[in-house]
Design a protein. Sequence first.
Length: 249
Amino acid sequence: MSDDPSARPLRRALTAALGLQVFLALLLFAGDLGRDFSLPTRGPSAPDLDQPTTPGDQTRRYDPATRPAGPGVAPSGPMPERLVLTESDGAWSLSGQIAPGDGERIIRQIEARGEGAPQVIRLDSPGGSVTDALELGRAIREAGLDTDMEAGAICLSACPYVLAGGTERNADEDARVGVHQHYFGENTLLPAFTAVSDIQRGQGLVMRYLDEMGVDLRLMEPALMTPPKEIYLLTQEELRDFNLLTTAE
């Protein structure tokens, strides 16, 4: 059978996902034997998020509770513990961590605005609940809204799935978009096969969503290779290459 070049990125993403799942299974099995379960990180060697990146040097420390300083942004401070939706200058602004239940809540707020509602959502979020991010992203796409990021804004962890929901997707060159492994928590009470099954299902849902949104599944490669306590910041070239952005300032 001939090798289809167009299928190679998907195969690479699936292979990486499978390798991660096997690794997690071993860790979870060790947890069932009474050991503490935690995913590995590179520890303190990774620079802070506000440090500039260059191609090949794109991994930074990740703290969802703190907003890092950046171009055009005040010194770091706490991020809202759940999404906050505001309206200004003819656009929505969505900021804060993505907490469970935020997807449905934000969708209701947008729908309640009615006629004349803004058609652009500006994002500034360190991420959070993957389920809510996918729910919100699908609602954004169904409503035909665009997503955007201003200079200094962040969109990390689960937030890029909200970004992917936009019909048109734009980010200033000084905005920061980052991905990593999703943290599934410490739970040695669940049998290893049950926990890994949940991880597999979650990854499958994310990959299906990205495919629906027209985002290249190669985005999963840096995500699966970056520990939950770190974040891989995507270059503008990668954002366009993976089709996470449709335009770029």
